[in-house]
Design a binder for this molecule. Structure first.
Ligand code: ACO
Length: 270
């Protein structure tokens, strides 16, 4: 695996943990981090040791959003470079994560501001420390949730919550983030890694092709008419048969019919 200046990547038990690693700058996303993340996600895409990807932050911080200095200020008079970084920044959070062929999980261990909301939203699942601090801080410095953040809010939050937090800039904690559905669940800080990694490992142990179909089926159906979604679903079923040599019938269903396990209660042992 390549070594990245702004990321730490560790692989364990079928999971890759990607840590945003600029703690001195509260893991703010500078242009280098966007470049590194774009490259790392491409590298992990075909890495069989990474069946699920967990994204977290170094130290006690998840991510302080975009790097206000290196992005907004230092690139202000370089419009071509600004736009190139802007596109890269929205692409990996807004699209790459969303359509990534494997499960992606955000593990929010502390401050999570502005642009970091789009990391959380782009991931399939998200967990946070109960005392993590979330905030759409843009309004506090006379900006609005730009880039892909407004779209992230529209995708996931109820209108009242998105507009309340967007307009007030009020902070909220992990418990509130779970209550409003921005994350799946909050854990006590000292349990966050253990609980999140248990879930990541559980998911990583499932059939990789079935996982991919699960994610694709949900993500793409959202954008389709009923007719297109049913057509896609049948095509997806046939693709799954092709990708895993019909393992869901030959092993998954067959072993149930032979009384070897109960899929309602446990995962296939093979
Ligand atoms: N961009 C660039 N640098 C940052 C950012 C950021 N988003 N956040 C923190 N830093 C830097 C600080 O400038 C400081 O650098 P220095 O040591 O060279 O002076 C260093 O990180 C530490 O920051 P402190 O403010 O001293 O750390 P503290 O722990 O007290 O506070 C906090 C952390 C709350 C995150 C604070 O830094 C902050 O409010 N940051 C801005 C958060 C924000 O509004 N992000 C933008 C969201 S909008 C968007 O993403 C488009």
């Amino acid at each position: 695996m390549t070594t990245y200046e702004t990321l730490l990547i560790e692989k364990t038990d079928g999971c890759a943990v990607v840590t945003l690693n600029r703690p001195a700058k509260r893991n703010a996303m500078n242009p280098g981090l966007h470049r590194d993340m774009t490259a790392a996600l491409e590298e992990l895409r075909n890495d069989e040791a990474a069946k699920a990807v967990v994204i977290t932050g170094a130290g006690d911080v998840f991510c302080a959003g975009m790097d206000l200095k290196e992005f907004f200020v230092e690139l202000k008079d370089k419009p071509a470079e600004y736009e190139a970084v802007w596109k890269m920044a929205v692409e990996w959070r807004g699209r790459t994560l969303r359509y990534y062929p494997k499960p992606v999980i955000a593990m929010v261990n502390g401050y999570c501001f502005g642009g970091a909301f789009s990391i959380v939203e782009g991931c399939d699942l998200a967990f946070a420390a109960e005392d993590a601090v979330f905030g759409l801080s843009e309004i506090n410095f006379k900006l609005f949730p730009g880039g892909c953040v407004s779209k992230s809010l529209a995708n996931l939050l109820r209108p009242r919550d998105a507009l309340y937090y967007g307009m007030t800039g009020d902070k909220f904690d992990g418990v509130e983030a779970a209550r409003i559905g921005f994350i799946n669940k909050a854990f006590p800080k000292d349990k966050l890694v253990e609980e999140t990694m248990n879930i990541a490992r559980k998911i990583a142990a499932k059939d990789v092709h079935a996982l991919r179909a699960t994610k694709d089926g949900y993500r793409f159906s959202l954008e389709m008419s009923w007719e297109a979604a049913m057509n896609y679903s049948m095509a997806k079923e046939l693709e799954l048969v092709q990708r895993q040599s019909d393992a869901w019938r030959k092993e998954g269903i067959q072993d149930f019919l032979e009384g070897k396990y109960k899929p309602g209660l446990e995962t296939h042992p093979g």
